[in-house]
Design a binder for this molecule. Structure first.
Ligand SMILES: [Ca+2]
Ligand SMILES: [Ca+2]
Ligand SMILES: [Ca+2]
Ligand SMILES: [Zn+2]
Length: 355
């Protein structure tokens, strides 16, 4: 769940919110011809238009096409499609309750942000990108697979300004309050982060600290996948690296830079309030420090992410901060050696998390 200041919904955490609305398959009864190719072309935001432009004055303007300049869109490959001509493939299946499902006989999905299909394309591209990122770290080859399944995604007008990952059914829903949630890759991947946890540890999030780790991981994954993609596709990053959801946040934050949350706050366990998004920023700062320590040690962010993800397999569904920190330290020691492991221990200790 990506609770915002304007729409705080009383659910314990995304992974706990079991929404059971079951809609008929969006594509049932279609008479469209099959498309055989599994790679297509699409237009997407370069993570989000605030991050790629540095322009904190961009506004939603009621989903207007002209609110975001053409320079902030990139033409990309859509990979792993199933050849049906719809946005369904090996790692993602997008359904929409808003607007006609995107379809192209040539796998060409070029829309502007005013079109409902744009959010569908963004969700497909960014979830596929997140799974490809995890696989590029070795998950599914040298390491255990991580949520290597077709992620169900729904885009609709659900509630206020919020998005959810649910376990029953196993699905992500993106809302359309303010800036449409699926116009910001950091929102898209945040929710995918919850699906990753749920796939690694069934029932994950069964304590307040586990729920906080879930929110922290979603924010961190959104940022790291976006930064890795910016490197891969040569896109500019013009806002603070630690700022999550720069574009979505323009709808409900008045201070600049616009961030739903940051992963570099200075909170410690002494600042806990019992609210998972707030308390998650304690954990996400530790992840951020681990990342930067690995970069300083010459190990790089990808190695940090590999250790962080691999350690998550060892978290109990109702883990405490302390137990999860110890599991991360133990994984770092085994994979990366004593110097890296000590940096992990320090990152947690600086948040007041000891073991
Ligand atoms: Ca839109
Ligand atoms: Ca929104
Ligand atoms: Ca950002
Ligand atoms: Zn969340």
């Amino acid at each position: 769940m990506r609770t915002t200041r304007t729409a705080r919904i009383a659910l314990a955490g995304c992974a706990l919110a079991a929404l059971t609305v079951q809609l008929s398959p969006a594509y049932a009864g279609s008479a469209r011809p099959e498309v055989s190719a599994t790679t297509g072309t699409a237009s997407v935001f370069k993570v989000n238009p605030v991050q790629s432009s540095g322009n904190e004055s961009l506004t939603d303007d009621n989903d207007s096409a002209t609110a975001v300049p053409a320079s902030e869109y990139a033409t990309v490959q859509l990979r792993n499609l199933d050849g049906s001509g719809y946005l369904t493939g090996k790692w993602v299946s997008v359904q929409s309750a808003t607007g006609t499902p995107a379809y192209s006989a040539t796998n060409t999905f070029v829309y502007d942000r005013h079109a409902d299909q744009f959010e569908q394309v963004m969700a497909y591209f960014w979830i596929n990108q997140a799974q490809e990122y995890l696989q590029s770290l070795g998950f599914g080859s040298t390491l255990r697979p991580v949520n290597a399944q077709q992620q169900q995604v729904k885009i609709d007008q659900y509630g206020g300004d919020n998005s959810y990952q649910t376990d029953k059914p196993f699905r992500i829903r993106y809302g359309k309050g303010g800036v449409d949630d699926a116009e910001d890759a950091e929102v898209i991947v945040h929710e995918y982060g919850h699906a990753v946890h749920a796939a690694q540890v069934p029932g994950f999030g069964a304590s307040e600290e586990a729920g906080s780790i879930g929110e922290a991981w979603g924010d961190y994954l959104g940022i790291t996948v976006g930064l890795d993609a910016a490197k891969q596709y040569n896109w500019p990053v013009k806002t603070d690296l630690a700022c999550a959801m720069d574009w979505d946040a323009t709808s409900y934050t008045s201070t600049v830079p616009h961030c739903l949350r940051r992963v570099d706050t200075n909170l410690t366990v002494a600042d806990k309030t019992g609210e998972v998004h707030h308390d998650g920023t304690i954990w996400s700062r530790a992840l951020w420090d681990i990342r930067n320590s690995y970069i300083s040690l010459g190990l790089g962010s990808r190695r940090a992410d590999t250790t962080i993800v691999d350690a998550q397999f060892d978290f109990a569904p109702d883990t405490s901060f302390s137990a999860a920190a110890k599991a991360t330290y133990t994984k770092a020691l085994a994979r990366d050696g004593a110097t890296a492991a000590n940096a992990v221990r320090t990152a947690f200790a600086n948040r007041g998390i000891t073991f």
